[in-house]
Ligand binder design. Sequence first.
Ligand code: G3P
Length: 217
Amino acid sequence: MKFFIDTANLDQIRDAQELGVLDGVTTNPSLMAKEGITGKNNILKHYVDICNIVDGDVSAEVIATDLEGMISEGESLSELHEQIVVKVPMIRDGVKALKYFADKGIRTNCTLVFSPGQALLAAKAGATYVSPFIGRLDDISTDGLNLISEIRHIYDNYGYETEILAASIRHTMHIIDCAKVGADVMTGPLSAIEGLLKHPLTDIGLAKFLADYKKGN
Ligand code: G3P
């Protein structure tokens, strides 16, 4: 399973990269705004800064919602850095844009996916990644994890190569659950990744090993 971090915070991206388990970064306009990154040029520079920290894929989202605008923005974003993956919303023109980019060899991440049908369309259009938002489904009393399972089932039926990127991950158990049902990638906050480290028996066991070592030395 690939681990992406879902943030535009450079310190957190560095921390995750230094941990040695980071495969990429996802961002969106809300995450950029949260870090105070505003204005087109600052946002583009920030994408390059992120690419220079991580080794893997970095999703950069188009703002346009019409086909022409998405194509123009997506082509510029993809030229920024070889690690950039163009993030396209699941709307009618977005599906057309996914197909256009696939035909041109530009990698894409189809975002704001909330149903199996949307995921099927994204795969047929040739998206590199599809991003089902599981936390936001959980927020409205709908089983987000079940969506990952349904998409996995559909993609496996037909051998679609689009990678399932479980997004809107909120906590550590989301990561474990997504791994169990076969998500290819998860993107979440650093806290959710670091939660994987923790077990009280590890801490207790290590303290005992060190105490016993000291007794004999
Ligand atoms: O990857 C999608 C993500 O940024 C949305 O997360 O927590 O705002 O639902 P959240």
